[in-house]
Design a protein around this ligand. Structure first.
Ligand code: C2E
Ligand code: MG
Ligand code: MG
Ligand code: MG
Length: 278
């Protein structure tokens, strides 16, 4: 069906818009059916304590198999899942899956590991969101403090009051809260103090700026801001020893990135952990 754009009395036909819309609708349909067929996976990337070198936590990251041995990147399908509203059900599954894995980790002696998951704005608009988080924790007998929710600045700016209220309720319950990709969104400093934050994730673009002989003033400023606010700071996208060393010197607490490990399926994670801190 031709998609028409009406501009006053003028209607035009844009085949390239129709094509991309058709592709996107097709992807949404496929995502819905693959999700229903339990084909989505939650992979895990370790977060390292820079002082001890030990794994302090994990971030759960969605993976959507493309059926040809590869994966469709989250940057392509998360926006579609948000736009279509599918992210509400998918996000609930992510919470349940994270809690299921937390309880498996605990059974295997990794009681200290917290697991973080990313939360999108449509999930916050769901009036049962707080209940869903608590239900997931209860179902798998997880201590609230073993779960962390990651939100970006844009999520906060979209619906400040809804997000602040939900996070306050969850924080009171014991759940940890992290601000993700910090420094890339339109942040209002006032929200930093109104949000019940535990952890601040320095966006990988600033960590990437760290190259020998050049000091990374933004990374330095963000770590110092986090420390002054009493938050645990974590560097995202650490790929080199140089970056890890520099972030440590700046007083950054933790790091996550390809230098340590890529996101991996849970079974691989168990191997990784037993080899590392048994
Ligand atoms: P994010 O939450 O900032 O996750 C970190 C991203 O950085 C992940 O990309 C991870 O694979 C990647 N990364 C980690 N270390 C390195 C590194 O050293 N170098 C580079 N270049 N990249 C690194 P991924 O898995 O492709 O996810 C992209 C984004 O998709 C996430 O960014 C998050 O915003 C979103 N996402 C993923 N899973 C979920 C989910 O379950 N729910 C929601 N709402 N969003 C999700
Ligand atoms: Mg994240
Ligand atoms: Mg991030
Ligand atoms: Mg990111």
């Amino acid at each position: 069906r031709a998609k028409r754009h009406h501009t006053e009395n003028f209607a035009f036909y844009a085949p390239e818009i129709e094509e991309s819309t058709t592709t996107q609708l097709g992807m949404i349909r496929k995502l819905r059916s693959d999700f229903a067929d339990t084909k989505l996976q939650l992979w895990f990337q370790p977060q390292i304590d820079l002082r001890s070198g030990r794994v302090a936590g994990l971030e759960g990251l969605l993976r959507w198999p493309d059926g040809k041995g590869g994966y469709i990147p989250p940057s392509e399908f998360i926006p579609l899942a948000e736009y279509s509203g599918l992210i509400v059900d998918i996000g609930r599954w992510v919470l349940e899956e994270a809690c299921r894995r937390i309880s498996q980790l605990r059974e295997n002696g990794y009681e200290q590991l917290r697991v973080a998951v990313n939360i999108s704005i449509p999930q916050f608009r769901d009036r049962y969101f707080v209940e869903k988080v608590k239900t997931a924790l209860d179902r798998y007998n997880c201590p609230s403090g073993s779960l962390e929710l990651e939100i970006t600045e844009s999520v906060v700016m979209d619906e400040p009051q809804i997000v602040i209220d939900a996070l306050a309720a969850l924080k009171a319950h014991g759940v940890a809260i992290a601000i993700d990709d910090f420094g890339t969104g339109f942040s209002s400093m006032s929200y930093l103090q109104r949000l019940p934050l535990d952890r601040l994730k320095v966006d990988r673009s600033f960590v990437n700026d760290i190259v020998p002989g050049k000091n990374a003033v933004i990374a330095e400023t963000i770590v110092s801001l986090g420390n002054k606010l009493g938050l645990v700071t974590i560097a995202e996208g650490v790929e080199t020893q140089e970056q890890a060393r520099y972030m440590t010197e700046l007083g950054c607490d933790e790091a996550q990135g390809y230098l340590y490990a890529r996101p991996m399926p849970f079974d691989d994670l168990m191997q990784f952990l037993s080899g590392r801190q048994g």
